[in-house]
Write a protein that binds this ligand. Sequence first.
Ligand code: M6R
Length: 587
Amino acid sequence: MCGIIGYIGKRNAFPILRNGLAKLEYRGYDSAGIAILSEELCIQKDVGKLQEIQFEEFEGPIGIAHVRWATHGRVSKENAHPHSDCHNEIVIVHNGIIENYRELKAKLMGKGHVFRSETDSEVVPHLIEEFTAEGFSFEEAVIHALRMLEGSYTILALKRGEQKIAGARKGSRSLTLGISDDGFLPASDVLAFLEWTNKVVYLKSEDVFFADAARGLRIYNLAEDRFVKRPVDRVKCSAEGVERGEFEHLMLKEISEQDETILRALQQDEEVIQGICDKMHHAIGTFFVGCGSSYHACLAGSYMFSKTAKLHVNVALASEFEHYEHFLTDKTLVFAVSQSGETADVLDAVSAAKRRGSTVVGIVNRDGSILARESDSQLFMNSGPEICVLSTKTYTSQVVLMDLLAYALAGKYEEGLKKIGGLYLDIYNLTSRSMRDYLARLARMLRDTRDIYLIGRGAQYATALEAALKIKEVSYIHAEAFAGGEIKHGTLALIEDEVPCIVFVSNGNKNKILSNAEELKSRGGYIIGVSPENEAIFDHWIKVPDAEELNPIIQIIPMQVLAYQLAVYKGLDPDKPRNLAKCVTVT
Ligand code: M6R
């Protein structure tokens, strides 16, 4: 889940890398580092977010850089990348996991290599060192070293005296090479170099590239054991929207964009939608898989498919999908739902589906992501870049897309477009200044609470789960969601006087959820109703318009705002919550 970028060309690498890292910081902000190669090899790294680290500008036309989300080894300067060999001649940055690093490290230490970090990554420069010491060229040494690594990774490497960057991609990690007029920019994400170029080469698994000041670009594939050609593409997404503009935080900006992003999600080719519906009608078994918020969107969608389209779909957490794999055949349809299109658990599910001949539809935001490239057909969310670690606008876009599919399956495509599009103004009002102020007052009241419980029924159960996730990840308050009918089966024991309980109410179907709210209230719960009507049982009312079956799109929005305000009141950074990263590329 780290981010890597490199540059080799005619310019000074430092500002390009420093800037690129800022665009990659959503992938990890435990530490950051930059290595610049000119006559000397200058390595700088430290713990903390980028803006907290004082890098000295060092001149040179070649460099590699890294932002870290710690997996192997704690957050420390020693564990920050870049990592180098024993003599600081070879330096690498790495994203991913080297599964056999313990064994490799023991062997290398046995040969006298001195390790300075606890990371799996550090075996790489020492392995390259070992092979160069045996007389291999830098390029040969890189290839030999990579052949020894198990796991999935992206790596960039430099060697003092070599005017080139070597890099590699294996497995579910993404590495894209930007090709600008004056040089090459390999990076984990095109966003890191989009201001320089939109011309890219998407590296395939087991590709090793050498970007050379003199010889240009060459790509060698480890599995094919030969040099290969890869096409040059143009990326469609733009770097626009990654600044926070007049907003204090990106989270608030991204929440506020939802009036427009739901409309952009609706901009689909009707033929493609009908084609997918056709596949759904004919499939023997349809699965929706995702993680975190994307999983919640799948769950919300499953209720819509059931009620509106009268079609059963299976919903699975991508990380649990392997337990269902044996059901997959060439008649199964698998929807892989992911904002980033790079979540490792989702990509594993896609690989499993492909192994069994199933058809994969990607519901994805990032064009050019692995999911976008590897699924058989795609529905793009069109949300624009979402940089805050929390999913907000992409969550509502995912639900929009599934609702649109459900309407289309029911032969109500046009009606669906109209109904969903009609939420534009409601969403605008829900993110307005007055609503934000109203929710800020509630946040002030709740900021010191230890626990919050949330209940909903049907698709609103998914809303409760998603709202709890928002509150937890950004405010660090324990929030737990239940299907309304479930609390009496155990959780009621936790309800004491004044424990905040958020209840999602839909007009058409409110009796049962209000009874569940009664159960909470009679044990002392403080009832916060998210509802079109004010009900007698509410201690606090969050007024929302009645969007009927589309309530999951509407009712999550005040919850996103509430979570944001809780973080602000607690003095936390909503864009970069502790221990998390935007794109989870480890399984
Ligand atoms: O990029 P993806 O949609 O595959 O990401 C899945 C989850 O990691 C993501 O939704 C995560 O739960 C968010 N931080 C939630 O706000």
